[in-house]
Write a new protein. Structure first.
Length: 609
């Protein structure tokens, strides 16, 4: 960034400044309270929008020079203007992440190690997510599935991904503790962990269980057979008892067989006598019923009589006299013929029937009743005979059963009890061996689960280590620190100062001594070289150094020679140096332009130091 003009009015201690920057290195000197730091902070405010002495925008009025109502700062650089107006704070800033570190040389040293690391990652264009990190994890042999779980967290930085891996390792430790019954995970302990030994015989439990199950099946079948035999004996005994209770009834029924047979023979004989009598009576009663049916039709008889009388009148006359005209109308021959035919048919059917046995017809109902009674008697006798013969057969079976062997219920019950005891014994063995087999299976599963959780713990811890500051970030940072440490070494040689370095853990050292142990001037030198390295690597080519007066005369000369060399080699566009001096130094190189600040006004004077 090449600054060509700085203008400021009423900004803290600077009342008026309008400076054309004709050379790369600009030295601003003055006595204490002259406004040097005010000008440096004004440039910083215009370029970044960052204030040093107030934090809130509503406090910007405090930045005005006493008595002033308004003020401004404007920095012209690279053809653009960056400015801020007071007290409104309106203006345009330069957007660059590294510019704060070249405007404030001590800023980098004030950061925490993590903040330094994050800044350098950004400065070097390193990304905490992407194919490069994923490839490094894969090259270390980590499981793809586990890597995939932490990759999304890398968007938030290595620290977030590292914590995720640590959390998963902690979860795996908790799972291991649960599986092992509350034991605390330890690397060496978990590697060879085994649960307490199983009871004796547990190893043979599966074989013994299989044998016990087969024996139990046989015992169940034997018990079922014994129970069936006992049940059958009980059923047979109960049936015999019930039949014995019916013996008297059976004997009484069986004793009537001969009487029933005699009665049945008599009933069948009488039935045979009545059946032809009924048939004859039916035959005799058939003709009488037919004539009676015809003669009882009174209407038919009346009609036949009227028709006959009509025919008599018609045959005795030639016609009838019409009442209206008095003429004689002849009979309708067709009507006369039809009447004759109907009367003749009636007379043919109403002739007297042949003489039949009227007495037999009158007794038909009596004969049928007698026949029906005999049929019922025969059916009853046959039924009684069948029941008596069945009773006789049952008596024979009872006698056979009584003559057979009576089952020994005590032996049957004892056999069932023995079978139950045998079954229960095998059932107990099955339960025992099954419990042992299940215990062995559970133990084997516990061992497998514990080993898996242990492997998970180790894998996640290794991933966490790889994502920790000393892991892949450290590796990447070590690769990235090469250029900045190389630049620091070159600057130290050019200035003749101690060599600063940024080492593992993001610590700053100078010639091997920690930053905290350096003197104030040594810290200033280290900060100046770090700020220049950031300026160089970021491409800003801008450097602002305040408190130049912390150095002694030799140190100031070294610093100006270093800046002169940077400018001469065109490695820096603009360097602004501020310090408390009695007067501007003499004999400055052509690359350095000096300005005197007095009472808040910037001017030039040449006076021997």
């Amino acid at each position: 960034m090449k600054i060509t003009r700085i203008s400021a009015q009423n900004y803290l201690g600077i009342r008026a400044a309008d400076i054309a920057l004709d050379r790369p290195v600009q030295l601003f000197a003055g006595r204490n309270g002259a406004g040097k730091s005010s000008l440096q902070e004004a440039v910083r405010h215009a370029l970044t929008g960052e204030t040093v002495r107030v934090s809130l925008k509503k406090e910007y009025a405090l930045l005005l020079t006493e008595g002033a109502e308004s003020g401004f700062v404007e920095v012209v650089a690279d053809g653009g203007a960056y400015a801020v107006a007071l007290p409104s704070g309106k203006g345009t800033c330069f957007e660059a992440g590294a510019i704060n570190y070249v405007l404030d040389a001590q800023r980098f040293a004030s950061l925490s190690p993590d903040e330094r690391r994050a800044f350098l990652f950004g400065l070097m264009g390193l990304s905490s997510s992407g194919d490069a990190v994923k490839k490094r994890l894969a090259d270390k042999g980590f499981d793809d599935a586990r890597v995939a779980l932490v990759m999304p967290l890398l968007r938030a930085g290595f620290d977030a991904a590292c914590k995720e891996a640590q959390n998963r390792a902690r979860d795996a430790k908790s799972a291991w503790k649960t599986v092992t019954g509350g034991e605390t995970w330890g690397k060496d302990k978990a590697a060879g962990w085994r649960p307490p030994a199983l009871p004796e015989g547990a190893a043979k439990a599966p074989t013994l269980l299989e044998n016990a199950r087969a024996k139990l099946t046989e015992a169940d079948a034997a018990l079922a057979t014994a129970q069936q035999a006992l049940g059958a004996a009980r059923s047979a005994a109960q049936a015999r008892e019930e039949q014995e209770q019916q013996r008297a009834q059976l004997e009484e029924r069986a004793g009537r067989i001969e009487r029933i047979r005699t009665k049945l023979a008599k009933d069948e004989s009488e039935l045979a006598d009545w059946q032809p009598k009924v048939a004859d009576a039916k035959a005799a009663a058939g003709g009488v019923k037919k004539v009676r049916a015809v003669m009882e039709d009174a209407v038919l008889r009346g009609l036949a009589k009227v028709a006959a009388e009509f025919l008599g009148i018609a045959e005795a006359s030639t016609g009838i006299v019409a009442t209206d005209s008095g003429e004689i109308v002849e009979w309708d021959e067709g009507l006369i013929n039809r009447a004759r035919a109907h009367v003749a048919e009636y007379r043919a059917q109403s002739k007297t029937a042949p003489a039949e046995d009227a007495q037999a017809a009158a007794k038909l109902a009596e004969y049928e009743k007698a026949r029906d009674l005999m049929q019922s008697a025969v059916a009853n006798s046959r039924r009684d005979l069948a029941a008596a013969e069945a009773a006789e057969a049952q008596l024979v079976e009872l006698d056979k059963a009584a003559a057979g062997d009576t089952p020994n219920f005590d032996e049957l019950r004892e056999d069932v009890q023995q079978k139950i005891e045998a079954r229960d014994a095998w059932r107990a063995d099955v339960a025992k061996y099954q419990a042992l087999a299940e215990q062995a299976a559970r133990q084997e599963k516990v061992i497998e689960q514990a080993a898996q959780h242990h492997a998970d713990v180790q894998a996640w811890l290794e991933i966490a280590d790889a994502l920790s500051p000393d892991g892949i970030p450290g590796e990447m940072l070590a690769e990235a620190l090469g250029p900045i440490n190389s630049r620091l070494g070159a600057s130290a040689v050019a200035a003749g100062w101690s060599v600063p370095q940024i080492v593992s853990g993001m610590k700053i050292k100078a010639d091997g001594r920690p930053y905290a142990l350096l003197s104030e001037s040594e810290k200033w030198r280290a900060d100046a070289m770090i700020a220049e390295a950031v300026s160089h690597l970021s491409g800003l080519r801008l450097l602002v150094l305040d408190r130049f007066d912390v150095l002694d005369l030799a140190g100031r000369a070294d610093a100006l020679e270093w800046l002169d060399q940077l400018a001469a080699e065109e490695e820096i566009d603009t360097a602004l140096v501020f310090g408390t001096l009695k007067a501007l130094p003499c004999g400055l190189p052509e690359t350095i332009q000096a300005h005197w600040i007095d009472g808040g006004v910037v001017g030039q004077m040449r006076e021997a130091a």
